[in-house]
Ligand binder design. Structure first.
Ligand code: ZN
Length: 228
């Protein structure tokens, strides 16, 4: 009996830290208003020199504004892509500088410095300090909460594409997204993966067919994307 109880407690703590929607350690916004027939698309882990430009072209062709949660080390390597994302009217969010799994074991001071460093680099390129933060891997814990709270708005998702899994066919990923999507949803995608352009095109087409509008994240959740 005691083993069963301990197993349940362990499972609870794993769920609390691994599922961004749990809100146990860090309150994350995972969706917008269900009353508006609109959703937001978010891209993590860029900028990427091959895939991000193609994603931006597709968004431009469809007159859609998305949100890019950028990794600081990639921003330093490809600042011109960050400028393009910003200049084309998309929102830039903070996805840490290092984006390493070990950050979950860092002190809250070190986590904060990693996030702050990323914001400073973004500011140098855009003149804006992002407010939206997305925890890498969707993992949260009390140290991350201490680093982030009252400084950033943490953004999760409620439609996970699983587009990082290579063995999943891009058309089956888009079919699942389109089947499940509802008003107010925040969709998690990546702009550093093979086939991300094909996936985006079919996701946009399917969402449009359902009569749902794709809007910028700040509009969907009614929050400022940058410090004012
Ligand atoms: Zn990530």
């Amino acid at each position: 009996m005691i083993i069963i109880i301990i197993s349940f407690i362990l499972l609870f703590f794993i769920w609390a830290s691994a599922d961004i929607r749990s809100g146990i350690y860090l309150r994350c916004i995972c969706r917008g208003n269900r009353m508006e027939k609109a959703v937001a698309l978010t891209f993590d882990d860029g900028p990427d020199p091959i895939h991000t430009p193609r994603i931006l072209d597709i968004l431009e062709e469809n007159n859609i504004k998305a949100t890019f949660f950028l990794i600081g080390s990639n921003i330093e390597t490809y600042p011109e892509l960050v400028k393009r994302i910003y200049d084309e009217g998309h929102i830039i969010g903070n996805h840490t500088f290092s984006h390493t799994p070990s950050y979950t074991l860092w002190s809250s001071k070190r986590i904060y410095e990693d996030i702050r460093k990323t914001n400073d680099i973004i500011y140098k390129i855009t003149g804006k300090y992002p407010v939206f933060f997305r925890p890498p891997f969707g993992v949260t814990n009390p140290l991350i909460r201490r680093a982030v709270n009252n400084r950033f708005i943490s953004i999760g998702w409620n439609i996970r594409s699983y587009d990082t899994l290579k063995f999943l066919k891009r058309n089956s990923i888009s079919e699942r997204i389109i089947r499940n999507i509802k008003s107010g949803d925040i969709v998690l995608l990546h702009d550093n993966r093979e086939g991300s352009d094909i996936l985006l095109e079919s996701v946009i087409e399917g969402i449009k067919k359902k009569g749902i509008e794709i809007v910028p994240l700040n509009k969907l959740i009614n929050k400022n994307a940058y410090e004012i």
